[in-house]
Design a protein around this ligand. Structure first.
Ligand code: URA
Length: 239
């Protein structure tokens, strides 16, 4: 059983004070009855409405975003917009964070959740969860690039795990490639491609573990994951 003001505050991303005010003003119904006292206790499966619209309370939420360029994966930034600024209002709630980060100029599959345990295991270096990226860049790809990726290259002191490079197109001045890595070091894909002659101009994440980017999810859009997607993500930890 939880207090009604906590339920409203968690489920609708309101502060406790805002939730209390909503309840007091008679806009909240529980199982068909207006309730105006914030300390009223309800079960997580109670039928709660705000202004007649049903509010559902799930402990964990899983959101998939096709991140656009120009926003950062941070809770707040004083100079630039964040992925949370562009999240549709109905998906906003307290305690959300991104599972790992994409650079400001990287697009593609981004997972947003409040499930710390899942996030932790997806990011754990010991799990080696694959992430796949599509990249375009300028420069001439060196001849043994695929082998260097396969062997696990070194970036200065840093020895990387083996990755995969699949060349879709390359000529004297540019390349289009798919890159698969199983760790998440700072600017890793850009740095790896730079080592093999390519300066990245476009980078898009297309897969995280067993979860691929939904081709119908437009850049800048986000939606709750389907149950199948949550399952795929969860399974990724055990592959
Ligand atoms: N590698 C990068 O270089 N940038 C990203 O955003 C993700 C992986």
């Amino acid at each position: 059983m939880i207090r009604l003001d906590k339920f409203i505050s968690d489920a609708c991303a309101k502060t406790r004070k805002e939730a209390k005010a909503l309840i007091k003003s008679g806009r909240v119904c529980v199982d068909g009855h207006i309730v105006t006292s914030s300390d009223h206790r309800i079960g997580e499966d109670a039928n709660v409405t705000l202004d007649g619209k049903k509010i559902s309370y799930e402990k964990f939420v899983y959101i998939v975003m096709n991140k656009p360029k120009g926003v950062v994966c941070a809770a707040k930034d004083k100079n630039v917009g964040t992925v949370f600024d562009i999240l549709p209002q109905e998906l906003v709630r307290k305690g959300l964070f991104t599972v790992g980060r994409l650079d400001k100029d990287t697009t593609g599959l981004l997972i947003i959740t409040n499930d710390g345990e899942l996030s932790h295991s997806l990011l754990s270096p010991s799990k080696h969860i694959e992430k796949e990226y599509y990249a375009e860049g300028s420069g001439k790809l060196c001849e043994n690039a695929e082998e260097l990726f396969r062997e696990g290259m070194s970036l200065g002191e840093l020895k990387l795990r083996p990755g995969r490079l699949r060349v879709l197109f390359s000529d004297e001045t540019q390349a289009k490639v798919m890159v698969t890595i199983s760790e998440g070091k700072y600017h890793q894909v850009k740095r790896m491609l730079y080592e093999v002659g390519i300066t990245v101009t476009t980078l898009k994440r297309t897969r995280f573990g067993a979860l691929s980017l939904d081709p119908l999810l437009a850049e800048g859009s986000a939606r709750p994951m389907t149950a199948e997607e949550v399952e795929l993500l969860s399974c990724s930890r055990n592959i």
